[in-house]
Design a protein around this ligand. Structure first.
Ligand code: 2AM
Length: 462
């Protein structure tokens, strides 16, 4: 065993344990520490036995066991525990040492911590580690940011543990898939095993992706009595907060990230189980009744999912571009797509097409303006409209599919009815408006009622 560790990791929970095993398997010696110190011993006697780990029972011992410049990675609960460990580490570390946060921290926290840690002469990296337990062990998608000077020091370790693919938003795909499942189940009357066959086929086409793949497996998974396990799972979704953070950021930046917003709200509605049970007994509505060609509808669904998925990426990139402008980030958009191609739960064949779009036009303003994606959405739209219309007529909620289609129709409209909105705002609040026949930036106020006066309030943007 080497005398000192190449990297240290704090937080031996599921992700931490799997990530250090991954690092060790790539030839690195890893120092490990955990708040509850007994977990360190448990790990060294269990999955870490006989391997190149240095277990520490105090932070002092932990820091002293790492080669300089030290790389100290935390995989602890997001929020206060991260700040607490930073406070404890700062006095123990020396200039040039690097603190790395691998938890799912909210990016404004990472920006704040980068400043704080850099002011002490240390470097900071915040990195998303996606791919769940299996990803951490076999190769996660890693999405680092923070002090640029830290990158050369962590690059080798990160790239060797990260997922490899030939040739890095996230919960929206999931919801669209759930809506397809809902339609097949309640409108077409298909059981989970029949649906499994459809998903299996979809995974060989344009929808080929990790989430379609795991859905295929889930639908075929039998409970002890031989029936599909999925039908026995309570329909109340949990969330860890990343979807909500993304939607809140979009609201702060004024970007129409409607799919992720709808996805988060759909989960909230699903969580109101008791209320829904009560409502379902008292409110009557349309009962699903399918008339038509079942196979045609399934083919339409595939196209609807594809169209909505393109919209969700177009919206996600729109948000990243605005955040980059707002915070002065220099993002490599094609590279981001490639980073997500392995390990990450949003990995899909499709990400290679996004990379191509940015290679063809590095200044692409929106994915929907790229010829490949424009074509794909245009050819999906007939099917997609039929699916949404049929779902609405049959009373089956499809918030993600429809909000994506609404966004698409809004995005391709030269003129939206916001002119009336501006008139109303000027009428009730003297908020002023711009005119189609005058240059942008010139504002007008009208005395709509004849007794309103001519004082206009100041204008503001979202
Ligand atoms: P524990 O084993 O001592 O609970 C995931 O929960 C990881 O974050 C675990 O390693 C856990 O340590 C750590 N963790 C959770 N809350 C923490 C806190 N308030 N301070 C320090 N570590 C914490």
């Amino acid at each position: 065993m080497k005398k000192k560790a190449d990297i240290g990791l704090i937080g031996l929970a599921v992700m931490g344990e799997n990530l250090v095993l991954n690092m060790e398997s790539k030839g690195y010696t890893v120092a490990v520490y955990n708040r509850t110190v007994t977990k360190v011993d448990g790990f060294l006697e269990g999955r870490g036995k006989g391997k190149n780990f240095i277990g520490a029972h105090s932070l002092e011992e932990f820091v002293a066991s790492i080669e300089r410049p030290r790389k100290v990675m935390m995989l602890v609960k997001a929020g206060k525990p991260v700040d607490d460990f930073i406070e404890l580490l700062i006095p123990l570390l020396e200039p040039g040492d690097i603190i790395i946060d691998g938890g799912n921290s909210h990016f404004p926290d990472t920006m704040r911590r980068t400043k704080q840690v850099e002011s002490k002469g240390l470097l900071y990296v915040g990195t998303g580690v996606s791919g769940g337990e299996e990803g951490a062990l076999k190769g996660p998608s890693m999405m680092p940011g923070g002090s640029p000077e830290a990158w050369p020091h962590v690059k080798e370790i990160f790239q060797s543990v990260a997922a490899k693919v030939d040739g890095g938003v996230p919960c929206c795909d999931w919801v669209i898939i759930n809506e397809a499942y809902h339609l097949m189940k309640d409108l077409l009357g298909m059981d989970a095993f029949e649906q499994h066959e459809v998903f299996k086929k979809w995974n060989k086409g344009v929808l080929d992706s990790y989430l379609i793949e795991i859905t295929t497996d889930i639908l075929d998974f039998k409970d002890e009595d031989g029936s599909p396990l999925v039908e026995k799972i309570l329909d109340t979704a949990g969330q860890k907060g990343t979807g909500k953070w993304t939607a809140v950021t979009a609201l702060d930046l004024g970007i129409p990230l409607t799919l992720i917003g709808e996805s988060v709200f759909s989960r909230c509605l699903s969580a109101q189980k008791n209320l829904r049970v009560k409502a379902s007994k008292t409110i009557s509505g349309k009962k699903p009744e399918f008339r038509g060609d079942k196979q045609q509808f399934i083919d339409d669904l595939e196209q609807a999912l594809y169209g909505a998925k393109i919209i969700s990426y177009a919206q996600g990139y729109d948000l990243m571009m605005e955040a980059a402008r707002e915070y002065g980030w220099n993002l490599n958009y094609g590279g981001i797509a490639l980073m997500w191609r392995g390990g990450c739960i949003i990995r899909s064949r499709f990400l290679g097409d996004i990379k191509k779009a940015f290679d063809n036009n590095p200044r692409l303003e929106n994915l929907l303006l790229d010829p490949f994606f424009k074509e794909a959405v245009q050819s999906a739209q007939e099917s997609w409209r039929r699916v949404c219309a049929t779902a609405l007529l049959n009373g089956i909620p499809v918030p993600a599919l429809t909000s994506a289609l609404n966004y698409f129709d809004g995005f391709r409209s030269e003129r939206l009815p916001a002119n009336l909105l501006q008139a109303q705002r000027d009428y009730f609040g003297a908020h002023q408006y711009e005119r189609v026949d005058k240059p942008r930036g010139e504002f007008f106020h009208t005395d709509w009622t004849g007794y309103g006066g001519s004082t206009a309030s100041t204008t503001y943007d979202v």
